[in-house]
Design a protein around this ligand. Sequence first.
Ligand SMILES: NC(=O)c1ccc[n+]([C@@H]2O[C@H](COP(=O)([O-])OP(=O)(O)OC[C@H]3O[C@@H](n4cnc5c(N)ncnc54)[C@H](OP(=O)(O)O)[C@@H]3O)[C@@H](O)[C@H]2O)c1
Length: 241
Amino acid sequence: MSNFHGLVIGASSAIGQAILDILEQDPNCNGIIAVSRSENSQQNIGKVSFIQCDYQQESIENVCQNLTSWQGKIHKVFICNGLLHDETMQPERKIESVNAAQMAASFQANSITPMLWLKSLLPVLNGSSATQVAVFSARVGSISDNKMGGWYSYRASKAALNMLIQTSAVEYARRAKNVKFIAFHPGTTDTPLSQPFQRSVPQDKLFTPSFVAQQLLTLMNTIPMDNQAAYMDWNHQEIKW
Ligand SMILES: NC(=O)c1ccc[n+]([C@@H]2O[C@H](COP(=O)([O-])OP(=O)(O)OC[C@H]3O[C@@H](n4cnc5c(N)ncnc54)[C@H](OP(=O)(O)O)[C@@H]3O)[C@@H](O)[C@H]2O)c1
């Protein structure tokens, strides 16, 4: 694709940073908008224009209103937001660990925040050229793939994300026909999110953020524009919803 602009949401993520690096070096990429909660991200460097956002509904709506001058010009979107653990919570190993606060935080970061972007971006992405929206999901969000159990909040919030992507794809197909959604599983990637859970992962199955970012960009260049959401992994293989 030539002469495109990119939008990276959750740009402080390790994988998001790797996507920014690749887009920066792509001569076909004319500019990148990077959105993050992080104040440190608040500087424009090279092709990248930074926007700070606290991901409240009104803030997301304001950012997207300010992007209306970009209507039809943003052709690659990456929604990288995700939360697995923080200083107050760890993924649940057993049912007794399930609690309302963790479930609410997980759904807020993993399902609600990406959905608010999909809602507010519709007018910005509605145009005549092919546009791809990659939303970072996870294989553990597949209901049919769930043989291991555990990780209740993260799993359920990624499964909810998958349903929200599917549902958005149905409506976008009527109202913004140029858009293709990808629910993307990056594989286990060496980032702060997976850091506490890497011990059991074989070295050749622990990917660098730059490898995963490159795999996603290659996928976006080759995936058919068929108005349907695809649930795909880092190896360009389909995952069953
Ligand atoms: N690493 C893996 O092995 C792996 C495996 C499967 C799926 N994934 C998914 O890949 C995506 C990128 O993850 P990563 O590994 O690069 O993780 P990371 O470096 O820890 O990045 C975390 C991302 O989530 C956002 N975030 C954190 N807390 C949030 C909150 N409370 N509300 C909204 N956004 C929040 C951050 O946005 P800001 O820039 O605004 O801070 C950042 O984009 C996530 O969706 C994750 O679930 C990762």
